[in-house]
Structure formats: structure tokens, C-alpha cells
Ligand binder design. Structure first.
Ligand code: ANZ
Ligand code: ZN
Length: 818
């Protein structure tokens, strides 16, 4: 027998699959539909171990569904706009399109070789005009609904990339992409009003919680950050007269302990309140504030800084006059951008009071040392003190209610809900993105590009300098940017910003359902038939941004009447990370594992098997701890079985060796449950056991001609096709079947073979043993009698004689008297 040549097997089946196209999803299929989605990649370089892992895991599910008789939509495409391509293009002095599309071809070829069960007919690239035409259309629809708007606001600014960043793209005060320290800038920007959906985005997480990873649900809940409290209105005595100052607080019950107020230094309000005497000090402080990131500003260990605005405010419940300060620890775009400081019960306020020598008043006695002396804020429950009508009360809920009622009756406040979630800033001052389809006219103002003029194509800008300058390179493209106003025909300019790439990826899963429709973004009928996605596999790094945005888009489109569901992803799986020698792979550590080299050395199947077998899908995989060589040896063992089988295809397994049949049927049965509960590694372990059992049966048991051996080998091929498609196909071929094993059906499990322990029942006819039956130890008398009478050997022994009496002693004996 010749050896197993992985690369020859790969070369043999790849073109066959190309021809058979076994995973093309048929919209018109009568079969039940399933949608298996995996996060589409950025086209930066070739595929790496991370792609290999996520698609190997994802493929187990998609291929399983096909075998179980579903029509499976399993598409792939590229998230092909964005900074990585633009930066690489600048580095290599070429056009972003050249870099992008070359990488897409490389990755597509690698995916094909890697044998992922994608429906390639649905491939899309978000940077194709056929795609982004509809991204633009969606933007215009959002704008019509008041969900896309522009405003001037301080934005996170990456001085290195010279671009605006969403809050989500600022990690520890640094640019997510390049690591540069992020600063603030005032710009006129486009926003999506995701806050309008904050409550629904939060509420609908409850229904997702059972089928979404906990960490994703929690991250989204925290990101949305709903809190309940009150708006309280103070009166500020300014140099130009009295005015109201509203704050948001989660602890209105501590209002008697408010000893000063703090306004965000960078809120326009601070500049309005400050006295002329304090203005120079304030302006100097403001300049400092603009340099700090939100994360730093909210940090409790940061020394508190600030400036006295020189004005006072009146506390609405006790008429007390307190100082108003500006500081960076209050954020301009959260709540109302101003707070009432209760230093006794909020550590940041207390630190500020200590730093500035401001008064502290305890209003809740928790039994702990007094924060007025210790400068340790107490945040727990206790007895209200120094709090007028609340004094002596211990119930916080009642305390909050009492104060809110009082404020409401006096028109100085009301109960309020606040969200941490901000509107989604989508403008980017970069070239390689979807142009915003808006024209700015001096006469008409902001004018939407008429739908029949979409797409607004990106101008080529060959040879142009794409280096970040703070304005989009598109602004300098005179021919492109200067247009006639669609409304008045007068001179106008195109909006030169491009969209955040998260806009592109917020609806690609819809486009896959009708990817070539050039009359609409998606065909609602197809989308409603395929969606929501039954599984979404991808990295936990997208727990907040992408997943929240995709949910938001889905809800808006449902409100537009285009979708009959409000959540896009019914279930989710986050794979772990492939690491090496206990550490994240990185250039500097030199511990990177090259996917291409692994595939060369061990073949596709062994790499895929290794990734699936390494552990639970959510766990990280340390490449130093796994053995692709071991995987390859196992695949060889499995493959060898297919050459040893000597019975013919189609032979009935019923007469085969019962012990082996039990193992086979038990394995197939359990494999289904294991795949459905996403314990793919255990499923692989079970297939390994089946291979061993089959080998034993061939070598020292019933021999290669036993039909149970064929049954077992065929089951191995089908189960292995979920993980090792080449080996499985080759086995299937050697077992005498037509390709593709991936489109055969899941083996039918004979329930009677699943009985855990069996006993041998002896059947006697006229006192002579005529048959032995393997039966369940708890078989009923009636079932045992029926099984005995149905047995071929028993029937032959009876030879037509009339049965006079059957004595049954379940489960061991049947005695037939004629
Ligand atoms: C008085 C108070 C007393 C507060 C107390 C807390 C404890 P969450 O739960 O995150 O919504 N706050 C409000 N606006 C702020 C801003 N723009 N920047 C920084 N802090 C702000 O937090 C709400 C609480 O955070 C509010 O309740 C306010 O401080 C502060 F014992 O008001 B609290
Ligand atoms: Zn006009």
C-alpha cells in the first residue's frame, strides 16, 4: 500500500471541488435554511494563523449543517476599505487599490486551498463601487430619518494618522492603529444617532444572552452604560445675571452633601460662566485639558487639577451658595457636562476637594470613619445625616424618591436615565473609504446626492500624496470636489470626508443574501428568508464596536420596513487566539508561526485538525503545545482504513460485527451533539477512538471484509469531512463513492445500537439453541419475544411449524415450544 501524500491529495481534489462547487447556496431550495457567517477579513497581507483558526472552527458548523440536510449560506468577502491599506500604500508608494486587490487575490487563493466551505459566488468587497453605492444609499436613508447629522464637537484626534478616531478606537488614550497618544480637536463631523436606539440595544441583549458569549453581552451592556438618577437644576450667579445649570446625578439623595460644582473644562458652558477675572487662568487650563484622553481624565489615580470659574451656584434644596469650578475629570459629552460634587461619597470629588481645599460634608453615615476626616469617600448605604427631611432615613431608594419628588414639585429637577453610549462619529479625513454622498452648496446648504447619481465614486488620484494632513486628500481633488449643486445648479463642493469602515461592515451580511442585485442594497425577501444569521463566528475584539453597529443598522432597517427581524445574529462564537510559547505572536518576540509554512510542512488537513482539536473553541491555542505532526499521523491512520476495506459499497451493515457497529453508531450520535454544543475538540477525540476501534476490528477482530468495518470507515470519512476535508474526500473516493463526501448525508443512527450495556439472549427452539441476540438489559418480555420470532435463524428452525408456547425470561432466555 502506498503512503499518504497530503500534497498530492490536495492537488487532486481542489480542481474537482472547483468544478463541483458543492457549497453554492440555492435561494430557491426547499430545504430549511441556515446562515453561517464568519467575520470577513481586512485584506492586509496573506492569511495568518488567526484566520486559519476561525475558519476551521466555523467550517465545522457549516459543513455539519450541509450534512444534516440544511441549505447553508456560508459566504465570504473582504472589508477592503480602511487605514491599514492606506497606510501600507503610503509606505510602499502605491495606490491603495493595488495593494488591496492584490492582497484579496492572495487571501482568496489561500482560503480556497484551505478548503473552507464558502459559497464563492457571493464574494463581495466593500471597496467595490457596486457595494459602496449601497453603503451611500443607506447613509442617505439614515439622513432622511434624522439618524445621520453633522455637528461641531471636540473629537479624538490622532496626530500621527492625522485623523479623527471614534471613542472605541482610542485604547488607553492611544490610537488603536498606530499607538500614538490621542488629543482633542474641534471639527464639523458626521454622526449616526445610535443613542436613539440605546434602550433597545440594551433591552434586546437579554434575549441574546443565552446564545451569545457572556463577555460580549457584558461588554455591550457596559458600553451602553445605562444609569438611573436625576437631573437637578442649580441657579448660577454669573456676571451677566442668573442662569440655570443642570447636572446629571445617580445620587440625588446626596444633594445636601453637594459642596461645590464642577463643569467640564472643555464644555462651552465653562467659557460662558467664567468671570473676566478668572478667564486667563481658565483659558490656560483649557489648553492643557485638550491634550488629555477621556480614559486619563476619568482615572481615579490621576492627580486632580482645575480652575475656579469665579461664580457661585444655589443648591435647590437648601439654598446654599457653592463654588463652581472647571476640571478635566468631568467630561463634556457625558450627562450634562457638569456635576454637583458630593466629596464625602464620591472619591474623585473628594480628591478634588482635598486638592483645592473645598468643604466636605457627610450626608450618609455608613458606620465607617468620617470621610470629612479620612478623605476616604464612603459609597455604601447608611443613615442619612445633615440632610433635612431625609435625616434618620436608611432606605436609599426612598431617599432618592423623596428628593426627586421634591425637585419635581419645585420645577428644579426630575428623574432621568442616562447612557454612556455616544453617537457614532463616522467622518474620516482619509482617502481609502466610502465617500459621503452629500454636496455643500453656498445657497442650499447641505444637499443629498440624488439616488440615481450613486455611487459617488472615489476619484483615482493616481500619484497623489495620501499622507494625512488633517483634511481628506479628496478635498484637494479639484475636478472631483467641485460640482454643480443638484438643487440650484450653482457652484458647490462635495463632502470630502469618507466613512468609517465600520459603516461598510454594518450591513455586509445583508448584502450576501442578494450580492449581485444592482437595483437595491439587498433583496428584503431573500434577507428575510436567510436571516438572522444562525451563527456568527469571530474575534472577541469586535465585542463592542462592530457588533453594536451591526445591531443598530438592523434595527433602523427594520424600522424602515425592510427587515422582519430586529437582531442580526442569533448566536455567536468567539474563538480564542493562537499564541506561541505562552505569548502573543509578534515580530519583536520573533515567535510568529507562519501559516503558509505550516501548510507546506503538514498539509491543510493536519493544520485544521490541530486547530480544532487543541481545546474548546473559545480557548487560546498555544502552538508550542500542539502537534500538527501528530495530527498528520492520525490522518494517515484514518486514510489507511479506507484502503483496507474489502466489502463493496452499498453492502448492508446489519449482519456486521455488533461490537464495532455499536462504537460507530455511538460515535455518530455523540458527534452530532458535540458539534451542536460546540465541543468540536471532543468530537475529534471521538473520531480518533472510532479509527482505533476500526483498526482493531480489521487486524484482530472481524477482519476487513466485515460490512461493519465499511460502515465504520465511511462514518470516519463523513465525520472527518467537518475538519479534514481532503483526507475525508480521499477516503470517500477509495471507499468507492462519488465526490463530494461533504454533500452526502449524515449517517443514520440506529438507536438500538446505542444501548449502553447489552446482554446476550439465547433463543431455543425445541430445546436447541438457534440464535443469540444482543439486547438491552432492560428489554421487555414482549420486545424480546418479538425479536426472537423475527430472527432469520429462528424462523428457519421453526420451518413453518405452529408455535404453541413461548417462554420468555427477559433479558436472557427465550424458549419456543412447537
Ligand atoms: C453626585 C454623586 C454623588 C454622584 C455620589 C456619584 C456618587 P454613571 O453611573 O456612570 O452614569 N457624573 C455625571 N456626569 C459626569 C461627567 N460629565 N463627567 C464625569 N462624571 C460625571 O455616573 C453618574 C455619576 O457620575 C453622577 O452622579 C456624577 O456624580 C458623575 F455619592 O453625582 B454623581
Ligand atoms: Zn444649491
Amino acid at each position: 500500500q502506498v503512503g499518504y501524500d497530503v500534497h498530492a491529495v490536495e492537488a487532486k481534489w481542489l480542481p474537482v471541488w472547483e468544478r463541483l462547487d458543492p457549497f453554492r447556496a440555492d435561494d430557491a431550495s426547499p430545504r430549511e435554511k441556515r446562515y453561517a457567517l464568519t467575520m470577513f477579513p481586512y485584506p492586509s497581507g496573506d492569511l495568518h494563523m488567526g484566520h486559519a483558526e476561525v475558519t476551521a472552527l466555523h467550517d465545522v458548523i457549516a459543513r455539519y449543517w450541509w450534512l444534516r440536510g440544511y441549505e447553508v449560506l456560508n459566504p465570504m468577502g473582504w472589508d477592503s476599505f480602511g487605514l491599514p491599506a492606506e497606510n501600507a500604500a503610503i509606505r510602499n508608494n502605491e495606490h491603495p487599490a493595488t495593494y488591496t486587490y492584490a492582497n484579496i487575490e492572495t487571501q482568496a487563493a489561500s482560503f480556497k486551498r484551505y478548503a473552507v466551505a464558502f459559497d464563492w459566488s457571493r464574494r463581495l468587497h466593500t471597496s467595490d463601487p457596486e457595494y459602496y453605492r449601497w453603503t451611500q444609499w443607506l447613509f442617505l436613508k439614515f439622513r432622511e430619518r434624522g439618524l445621520a447629522y453633522r455637528k461641531d464637537s471636540p473629537v479624538n484626534w490622532c496626530p500621527n494618522d492625522q485623523t479623527v478616531l471614534a471613542n472605541e478606537q482610542v485604547v488607553d488614550g492611544r490610537c488603536e492603529r498606530c499607538g500614538a497618544e490621542v488629543t482633542k480637536r474641534e471639527l464639523n463631523q458626521w454622526y449616526f444617532k445610535i443613542t436613539e436606539y440605546a434602550q433597545e440595544l440594551l433591552d434586546d441583549l437579554d434575549a441574546l444572552a443565552p446564545t451569545w458569549p457572556d463577555r460580549v453581552v457584558t461588554a455591550q451592556r457596559n458600553w451602553i452604560g445605562r444609569s438611573e438618577g436625576a437631573h437637578v437644576t442649580f441657579t448660577v450667579r454669573t456676571e451677566s445675571g442668573d442662569r440655570d445649570l443642570e447636572v446629571y446625578t445617580t445620587r440625588p439623595d446626596t444633594l445636601y452633601g453637594a459642596t461645590f460644582m464642577v463643569v467640564a473644562a472643555d464644555a462651552p458652558l465653562a467659557a460662558e460662566l467664567v468671570t473676566e477675572a478668572q478667564r486667563p487662568a481658565y483659558e490656560a487650563y483649557l489648553a492643557e485639558t485638550r491634550k488629555a484622553s477621556d480614559i486619563d481624565r476619568l482615572s481615579t489615580d490621576r492627580p486632580k487639577t482645575g480652575v475656579d470659574l469665579g461664580v457661585t451656584a444655589i443648591n435647590p434644596v437648601n439654598g446654599e451658595e457653592i463654588a463652581v469650578w472647571a476640571s478635566d475629570y468631568v467630561l463634556a459629552d457625558y450627562g450634562t457636562g457638569a456635576i454637583m460634587a458630593v466629596p464625602a461619597h464620591d472619591q474623585r470629588d473628594l480628591d478634588f476637594a482635598k486638592a483645592m481645599g473645598l468643604p466636605v460634608r457627610r450626608v450618609v453615615d455608613t458606620g465607617e470613619p468620617n470621610p470629612e476626616e479620612t478623605y476616604q469617600a464612603t459609597t455604601g448605604d447608611g443613615v442619612y445625616v445633615n440632610s433635612g427631611p431625609l435625616d434618620g432615613l436608611t432606605d436609599k431608594v426612598a431617599g432618592i424618591r423623596t428628593i426627586i419628588e421634591r425637585l419635581e414639585s419645585e420645577g428644579r429637577g426630575s428623574g432621568a436615565v442616562n447612557f454612556r453610549l455616544r453617537d457614532w462619529l463616522l467622518s474620516r479625513q482619509r482617502y481609502w473609504g466610502c465617500p459621503i454622498p452629500v454636496i455643500h452648496c453656498e445657497t442650499c446648504g447641505e444637499v443629498a446626492v440624488p439616488e440615481d447619481q450613486l455611487p459617488v465614486e472615489l476619484p483615482e488620484l493616481r500619484g497623489a500624496d495620501l499622507k494625512p494632513k488633517g483634511v481628506s486628500p479628496l478635498a484637494a481633488a479639484e475636478d472631483w470636489v467641485n460640482v454643480d449643486c443638484p438643487q440650484c445648479g450653482g457652484p458647490a463642493k462635495r463632502d470630502s470626508d469618507t466613512m468609517d469602515t465600520f459603516v461598510d461592515s454594518s450591513w455586509y451580511f445583508l448584502r450576501y443574501c442578494s450580492p449581485h442585485d444592482d437595483t437595491q442594497a439587498f433583496d428584503p425577501e431573500q434577507v428575510n428568508a436567510w436571516m438572522p444569521c444562525d451563527i456568527y463566528v469571530g474575534g472577541v475584539e469586535h465585542a463592542v464596536l462592530h457588533l453594536l453597529y451591526a445591531r443598530f443598522f438592523t434595527k433602523v432597517l427594520a424600522d424602515m420596513g425592510l427587515l422582519d427581524f430586529r437582531e442580526p445574529f442569533a448566536a455567536q462564537l468567539n474563538q480564542g487566539v493562537v499564541i506561541n510559547q505562552g505569548k502573543k505572536m509578534s515580530k519583536s518576540l520573533g515567535n510568529g508561526v507562519n501559516l503558509g509554512a505550516q501548510l507546506e510542512e503538514f498539509g491543510v488537513d493536519a493544520v485544521r485538525l490541530t486547530l480544532v482539536f487543541a481545546g474548546p473553541p473559545e480557548d487560546n491555542i498555544d502552538w508550542a503545545d500542539v502537534s500538527p505532526a501528530g495530527s498528520l499521523r492520525f490522518l494517515q491512520r484514518a486514510w489507511r482504513l479506507s484502503g483496507d476495506v474489502t466489502s463493496t459499497p452499498g453492502v448492508s451493515a446489519e449482519k456486521g460485527d455488533v461490537a464495532l457497529r455499536r462504537v460507530t453508531h455511538r460515535t455518530v450520535h455523540d458527534a452530532a451533539e458535540l458539534v451542536e454544543s460546540k465541543r468540536f475538540n471532543v468530537m475529534v477525540a471521538r473520531v480518533m477512538e472510532l479509527v482505533n476501534a476500526t483498526r482493531k476490528a480489521i487486524d484482530s477482530g472481524c477482519g476487513p471484509a466485515d460490512p461493519a468495518v465499511r460502515e465504520a470507515a465511511e462514518a470516519v470519512a463523513v465525520l472527518l469531512s467537518l475538519v479534514a476535508p481532503y483526507t475525508a474526500e480521499e477516503m470517500w473516493d477509495r471507499l468507492g463513492h462519488e465526490p463530494s463526501v461533504a454533500r452526502t448525508t449524515w449517517p443514520v443512527v440506529d438507536e438500538t445500537l446505542l444501548v449502553e450495556d447489552s446482554v446476550t439472549a439465547v433463543v431455543q427452539v425445541k430445546g436447541k439453541v438457534r440464535a443469540r441476540l444482543e439486547v438491552s438489559p432492560d428489554i421487555s418480555e414482549a420486545d424480546l419475544e418479538a425479536a426472537a420470532l423475527a430472527d432469520d435463524a429462528v424462523q428457519r428452525a421453526l420451518d413453518g411449524a405452529t408455535v404453541r408456547k413461548v417462554i420468555v425470561r427477559a433479558p436472557k432466555l427465550v424458549n419456543i415450544v412447537v
